[in-house]
Ligand binder design. Structure first.
Ligand code: BG6
Ligand code: MG
Length: 215
């Protein structure tokens, strides 16, 4: 029986996935190459430092550790500039209604994000109080597809792993759920999130019962 929902943040609750892409793209462009939207799928759910490594490898650029720290910091500053304009209007379609539905049940709500900015973003869009527990980039040592973030989520909720259901927009995030022994609802395109148990473009009009009967 499912007792807890574990939500990814970027691209599931708020549309910050596009801001991560824009900030990384700006950095790549400054280094003299470009990254496509298709390539960006590989970065979703991946930590800041790992994303940087993947991008540098893609561009064939080798840099010192010092320079890498400098670039990751710069990217985060650009990203923060983009998110500084966010308000509750930037919550993704269907999320407020879906959280309302959850409140009518005994299901607990957890966050499972590798972002170190997660709490700040939830505060900014006024959703932080909706969460029973929050696991973010400050509480984990390994990014997705490692299951750590979701295993810690289950532990803090005090549920077994198979009592938790993950909501994810990233290929690496769905893999992390699977690695944790959890089922996963994909938010996005079925042709990309092939390992998800069910995929919706967003949660608008989606009924909890419908999900639980499908997975
Ligand atoms: C994930 C995003 O939620 O957080 C990744 O999908 C991002 O794109 C990662 O790299 C880390 O985020 P931050 O905010 O700590 O740089
Ligand atoms: Mg995401």
């Amino acid at each position: 029986m499912i007792k807890g929902f574990l939500f990814d943040l970027d691209g599931v609750i708020v549309e910050t996935a596009i801001f991560h892409y824009q900030a990384w793209r700006r950095m790549a462009n400054e280094l003299g190459f470009d990254i496509s939207e298709e390539f960006n799928e590989k970065l979703k759910g991946i930590s800041r430092t790992e994303s940087l490594e993947i991008i540098l490898m893609h561009g064939g650029v080798e840099l010192s550790e010092e320079k890498k720290v400098e670039l990751a910091t710069k990217k985060n500053e650009w990203y923060l500039e983009l998110v500084s304009q966010m308000t509750e209007k930037d919550i993704l379609e269907g999320i407020p209604e879906f959280f309302e539905q959850i409140k009518q049940t005994d299901i607990k709500i957890g966050l499972g994000s590798v972002s170190k900015n997660a709490k700040m973003i939830l505060e900014r869009v006024g959703l932080i109080d909706q969460f029973d527990i929050i696991i973010d980039g400050t509480k984990i040592t390994k990014g997705k597809p490692d299951p750590e973030v979701f295993l810690k989520g289950a532990e803090e909720l005090r549920f077994r792993t198979n009592e938790c259901l993950v909501f994810e927009d990233a290929v690496a995030g769905i893999q992390a759920a699977k690695n944790a022994g959890m089922k996963a609802v994909g938010i996005g395109k079925p042709e990309i999130l092939t390992q998800a148990d069910v995929v919706y473009p967003n949660l608008e009009g989606v009924k909890i019962e419908e999900i639980l009967n499908t997975i």
